[in-house]
Design a protein around this ligand. Structure first.
Ligand code: MN
Length: 228
């Protein structure tokens, strides 16, 4: 194929123990998947109606690259989340197909321009400018699902400058990973390369220039970086 301009680079994520990388097609996110976080945002969980949004694939940042402090905000928030990467897809998946679709797991930050999100909420506007900005999805290397199986007791945490900011267990998730994949597949045809941010526990707060962060999905993945 020849193009009239140079084609964009395909975003990708490293895989632990492999030289090949995981190519990213789409980034899906679920909101309000931990009740304590929903409460701290002044919202409540509607277990019957999960809330989804998307980030562009090229929002993914990997390999511990410095994160530039984004433009157009004075309130950049961290949301530490387990990230699930898919190796197969489809529509209207059942639980078995959803489980089999998982390639691997990582940990990432669903970075949020909280000030722009507050304006969007107040005006009933979409969340794109609050959630889908450049560099808004730093992700660790992925651990293959063939090697690990995160469970209810698996801890997810975030330290900023050595201080614990967020800590939770996957068992607190309102919608399980399989349920998220099943529901997403009723809304979109999922495909290999899709990546899902699975929601954040309580403790979201601001990141400032110069902050160093350490995110961890217990025994599975870690992500270290700095806001430049
Ligand atoms: Mn989030």
């Amino acid at each position: 194929m020849r193009y009239v301009i140079d084609p964009p680079t395909l975003p990708s994520i490293p895989v632990i123990g492999r030289e090949e990388r995981f190519p990213v097609r789409r980034v899906f996110c679920i909101g309000r998947n931990y009740a304590e976080h929903a409460r701290e945002m002044g919202a409540s969980v509607d277990a019957s109606a999960p809330m989804f949004f998307c980030k562009p694939a090229d929002a993914v940042v990997t390999d511990g690259a410095d994160l530039p402090y984004p433009q157009a905000t004075v309130n950049l928030h961290h949301e530490v989340e387990m990230v699930v990467a898919l190796k197969t897809g489809g529509r209207d998946l059942d639980a078995h197909q959803a489980a089999e679709a998982i390639f691997g797991y990582g940990v990432g930050l669903d970075l949020t321009r909280r000030d722009l999100q507050a304006i969007a909420k107040a005006k009933g506007h979409p969340w794109d400018v609050a959630k889908g900005f450049d560099h808004s999805a730093p992700v660790s290397a992925l651990r293959m699902a063939s090697e690990v199986s995160p469970g209810a007791e698996t801890e997810i945490s975030l330290q900023v400058n050595g201080t614990l900011r967020q800590c939770g267990h996957l068992g607190e998730m309102v919608h399980s990973v399989v349920d998220i994949i099943k529901t997403l597949s009723t809304l979109f045809e999922l495909k290999p390369g899709d990546v899902i941010f699975t929601g954040t526990p309580a403790g979201v707060a601001a990141l400032e220039r110069g902050d160093r962060f350490h995110a961890e999905l217990q025994d599975i993945a870690t992500l270290d970086g700095k806001v430049a």
